[in-house]
Design a protein around this ligand. Structure first.
Ligand SMILES: *[C@@H]1O[C@H](CO)[C@@H](O)[C@H](O)[C@H]1NC(C)=O
Ligand SMILES: *[C@@H]1O[C@H](CO)[C@@H](O)[C@H](O)[C@H]1NC(C)=O
Ligand SMILES: *[C@@H]1O[C@H](CO)[C@@H](O)[C@H](O)[C@H]1NC(C)=O
Ligand SMILES: *[C@@H]1O[C@H](CO)[C@@H](O)[C@H](O)[C@H]1NC(C)=O
Ligand SMILES: *[C@@H]1O[C@H](CO)[C@@H](O)[C@H](O)[C@H]1NC(C)=O
Length: 122
């Protein structure tokens, strides 16, 4: 049973214990378009895009991840889109989520990226 579960998770490329450290977070605007997962979302939702390498043909759509900025701020976010630049475990964050995780006192217009840790929640 246990090994079958591991095999299944391995086949899905989704091991729930998997987490990623110091990955590059940038912004994207989800608003006013149908995203790769087939839904629309606003800039104020806590939604993310995955890099093409780990996109897995859309099978990770609607999965929840936990993103931590390494400075005491973390939140759940939902996978809704795909992007093609950067590295496999980088994320693109919707504007309100990016604003939240940069933390108070940071002048966001001057920040194009920051490093964060993330993991699969479900
Ligand atoms: C993160 O992405 C931004 C925007 O593409 C880039 O300018 C920056 O060099 C990247 N940082 C790292 C550490 O990869
Ligand atoms: C998205 O569309 C709404 C309604 O048409 C508009 O008010 C808003 O400015 C648009 N947002 C962006 C980022 O283009
Ligand atoms: C993602 O969730 C939305 C809203 O609950 C749902 O309509 C959509 O079918 C889901 N997409 C996938 C690929 O599961
Ligand atoms: C995200 O994960 C970190 C590290 O395990 C944990 O401390 C934090 O409470 C989690 N955040 C949420 C919103 O679940
Ligand atoms: C994060 O998502 C997990 C799984 O859905 C849930 O159990 C947990 O309560 C969520 N944390 C927050 C702070 O919403």
């Amino acid at each position: 049973m246990f090994s079958k579960t591991l095999v299944l998770l391995g086949a899905l490329g989704l091991v729930s214990a998997q987490s990623f450290t110091n990955q590059n977070m940038t912004q994207f605007s989800p608003s006013n378009k149908t995203l790769a997962c087939g839904q629309t979302h606003s800039d104020t939702e806590y939604v993310v895009a995955l890099q093409a390498t780990i996109w897995s043909g859309g099978s990770l759509c609607n999965k929840t991840i936990n993103i931590s900025n390494g400075k005491g701020l973390s939140t759940n976010a939902t996978v809704v889109d795909e992007f093609f630049t950067g590295n496999a475990e980088d994320l693109e964050l919707a504007p309100s989520l990016f604003r939240f995780l940069t933390g108070p006192g940071v002048d966001v217009p001057n920040v194009d990226s920051f490093l964060a840790d993330w993991s699969w929640v479900n």
